[in-house]
Write a protein that binds this ligand. Structure first.
Ligand code: BES
Ligand code: ZN
Ligand code: ZN
Length: 479
């Protein structure tokens, strides 16, 4: 169940309310009693920027914004989302079901605030018999204005998309195998007005997608390859943007088995890239952004079944290049290589791939951002980084020198599927580059895709990272 984000004329009686004020603002006309005003002023004098007022039948939240003038727009938006997180926690702790964002809050701030509240309210309770911890909050109301209504409708679409991505990541592979995932992708695509085709194992074999088929060899579940398209008549671009997502529904490492516990426990998250691109394209379609976008999702699990691909194997990929497999745990690049080569047929203006690809990316920057690299031009890279700041899904670009390509040289085949001890995220990127002939960026989300402990509105477990970044980027492009 998603949260409802709506507009209304004013706060209802006994509806909790959020205010963003300057310390210079008068508190007199905001509906507070004399005692309440005294309390707020006391807190304010004590140097506090945030006051929570428990009025017995509702809560009021007062955030002072006097320090915001010195901050960047992006930093202020992030403060609003974090305020939203605090608001969400308090409302649920007090069992309230709705909140009004005061009409005086500037639109970008109220949208970011609502976004923070809505994203914080996400829960995955499907496997809990006892739903007693289900959040009470169901409704966020903003002030009724024409331009607010449009933004609210778009935010609702985006929040629903992030919820979808998170839920897919949180679903264990005991439910979400490659076939079920493809079915769910198709269902969401249809609901979102997208064109969708799911290739089955026979079709994947006919196309000779050797990388995807090699990874799938140890599995009892067939692979899938989903193709989604949003092609509006008023598209701003002549050549499409193609999104590619790693859809490994579970990564045991294959015969190069990951050790348990720790490294295997959370590997249901290895389809987070796929979840992000599908959720993003669904939001792009529902929001009717005038931009031609295609999404490709190769999907399988990676297992050490009796016919599993082995270290030492040579695999012929979709485009005919050969790969010497030296570690079956470097499986993501095998299926992404096929998908990136397949993307050539669309003559894309740009390709973006999202993948929980390497522990090295996670080790380098943790969960605080996404590692990226690629061959897109500087302007595109800058637009992506701006979207990263706008959404606080921050990007760190890694060097992409050709020296790193030498590290995946194979004496036996065209390349090997692992590099050496250094630059693991980059050698993985260099491997992928060999399957591209168009402007392209690779996003390694291994760090931020899945959190073991809660981080503000990003929550615990699946974060849905990538969805808001892609949506913001396409929104900027379609302006
Ligand atoms: N799915 C993993 C990467 C990963 C690690 C995702 C941690 C999320 C959190 C990927 O398939 C993998 O196993 N990569 C190997 C590559 C190595 C064998 C070259 C890695 O990073 O260890
Ligand atoms: Zn792996
Ligand atoms: Zn993996």
């Amino acid at each position: 169940m998603s949260i409802q984000i709506i507009t209304q004329a004013k706060a209802e009686l006994s509806q909790s309310e959020v205010f963003i004020l300057s310390k210079k603002d008068k508190l007199a006309n905001l509906g507070f009693t004399k005692t309440e005003i005294d309390y707020i002023q006391k807190k304010e004098k004590a140097g506090e920027n945030y006051v929570l007022l428990n009025q017995l039948n509702k809560l009021s939240f007062i955030q002072f914004n006097d320090t915001w003038a010195k901050k960047s727009n992006a930093a202020v938006l992030e403060e609003c989302r974090i305020l939203g997180h605090k608001v969400c926690i308090a409302l649920n702790a007090h069992q309230y079901n709705s909140v009004f964002l005061n009409a005086k809050i500037e639109l970008p701030h109220s949208i970011a605030l609502a976004e923070g509240i809505a994203l914080s309210n996400y829960q995955f309770l499907k496997y809990k018999s006892d739903k007693k911890n289900a959040h009470s909050l169901q409704k966020i109301a903003l002030h009724n204005e024409a331009k607010t209504k449009k933004e609210v409708a778009e935010l609702q679409i985006l929040v629903n998309a992030v919820y979808h991505a998170r839920t897919w990541v949180n679903e264990p592979q005991s439910y979400l195998d490659a076939v079920v995932f493809a079915k769910e992708i198709k269902l969401l695509a249809i609901k979102s007005g997208l064109k969708c085709e799911v290739l089955n194992k026979k079709q994947i074999e006919a196309l000779k997608m050797g990388g995807l088929l090699a990874v799938n060899k140890g599995s009892k579940t067939p692979p899938t390859f989903s193709i989604l398209e949003h092609k509006p008549k008023n598209a701003k671009n002549k050549k499409p943007l193609v999104l590619v997502g790693k859809g490994v529904v579970y990564d045991t490492g294959g015969l190069s088995l990951k050790p348990t516990p720790n490294s295997m426990d959370t590997m249901k998250c290895d389809m987070a890239g796929a979840a992000a691109v599908v959720a993003a394209i669904s939001a792009i379609s529902l929001a009717k952004l005038p931009y031609h976008v295609i999404a490709l999702v190769p999907s399988t699990d990676n297992r050490p079944g009796e016919n599993a691909y082995t270290p030492g194997d040579v695999v012929t990929m979709y485009d005919g290049q050969t790969v010497e497999v030296l570690n079956t745990d470097a499986e993501g690049r095998m299926l992404l290589g096929d998908a990136l080569a397949y993307a050539k047929k669309y003559q894309p203006s740009l390709v973006l791939d999202f993948a929980t690809l390497t522990g090295a990316a996670a080790a380098a920057i943790g969960s605080f951002g996404t590692v990226c690299m690629g061959t897109a031009d500087e302007k595109t890279k800058n637009q992506l980084k701006v979207s990263g700041e706008n959404t606080h899904e921050r990007l760190v670009e890694f060097p992409f020198w050709d020296d790193y390509a030498k590290l995946i040289h194979s004496d036996l085949a065209d390349m090997k599927n692992i590099g050496g001890p250094v630059g693991g995220a980059i050698t993985a990127g260099k491997f992928l580059e060999k399957f591209t002939d168009y402007p392209w960026m690779h996003f390694d989300i291994a760090g931020p895709a899945f959190l073991n402990s809660a981080d503000q509105y990003r929550g615990k477990h699946g974060t849905g990272v990538g969805v808001r970044l892609i949506f913001d980027f396409v929104k900027q492009l379609s302006k």
